[in-house]
Design a protein around this ligand. Structure first.
Ligand SMILES: [Zn+2]
Length: 273
């Protein structure tokens, strides 16, 4: 054994999944988890995402006790409740969404952030309920609503009940629209399936983070269905923006500033003239 060889502590470096570059963890933190070499935006857990976006110390969490139930007694390789409790242990969250109120640039907002690390950010009845309650909180308090999505779609272990969350969340967004309360949707990598097909695409402004995958069905399924090759950047945030599906693509470092700008714009009262 070479006694001179020093062990590198675990977690000191992170490898970029896109370009394989090794990045010093501290450096990655300073760059907001964006690879300095290839600009890959690392996926973020919900709490880190919230910390990055809001004014420090302003987050008040609601509904943290809401968690999944198992209406279908669903079992594949493992029983559904077992899968959920593994995710709870790993993430420290009760579900794949964190919601509450906060300030961004001094503006009061209601916020709901999905966590891809919790069962792929999938929307079951608990996530749907949290999105709805956050939207209804915005309605009651008359403050803008911001949803940040990162999701593989509906949670198949809850069957039709998870699909029903699409209509349920869309109904709350419609109420916000009727009351003219702004709703901004931020889509992160990846936003797909039943989440992109419901509340995530219903923002007054639909924003995606640079290079995020934005899709309903993934590229493999589409390729098999239409039996054609797809363009190389198919379903990237930039591709869907250029085809009119979303309004803007924003780099992570500009996201907070962009939201503040939108909050300012939408808070302006129309002039009487
Ligand atoms: Zn990279």
């Amino acid at each position: 054994m070479n006694s001179k060889k020093k062990n590198v502590p675990a977690g000191l470096f992170k490898r970029c999944p896109k370009c394989d570059y090794s990045i010093y963890s501290k450096e990655l933190q300073l760059s907001l988890w964006v690879c300095p070499k290839c600009d890959y935006h690392f996926r973020l857990p919900a709490r880190r995402r919230i910390k990055m976006l809001i004014d420090e110390g302003t987050f008040k969490e609601y509904d943290s006790n809401i968690s999944a139930s198992d209406p279908l007694s669903f079992k594949d390789i493992k029983a559904y409740p077992e899968k959920v409790s593994e995710s709870v242990k790993k993430s420290g969250l009760n579900e794949a969404a964190v919601s509450g109120t906060a300030k961004i640039g001094g503006y009061d907002i209601s916020l709901c952030v999905l966590d891809f690390y919790f069962m792929g950010g999938s929307m079951g009845s608990a996530v749907g309920e949290k999105v709805c309650r956050a939207g209804e909180r915005a309605l009651r308090k008359k403050i803008p609503f911001i949803a940040v999505s990162a999701s593989g779609g509906a949670r198949m272990q809850e069957g039709i009940l998870s699909l029903m969350q699409m209509a349920k969340t869309a109904a709350v967004i419609a109420k916000l629209d009727k009351e003219r309360i702004p709703y901004f949707s931020v889509m992160c990598d990846p936003t797909s399936g039943g989440v992109s097909a419901s509340f995530a695409m219903l923002g007054d402004v639909n924003i995606a983070e640079s290079r995020a995958l934005i899709a309903f069905a993934g590229p493999r399924v589409i390729k098999q269905t239409i039996k054609q090759d797809l363009p190389p950047d198919f379903q990237s945030a930039e591709f869907v923006r250029d085809h009119g599906m979303i309004d803007m693509v924003v780099d992570r470092e500009d996201l907070r500033g962009e939201l503040i700008r939108l909050l300012w714009l939408f808070s302006k009262k129309p002039s009487n003239k």
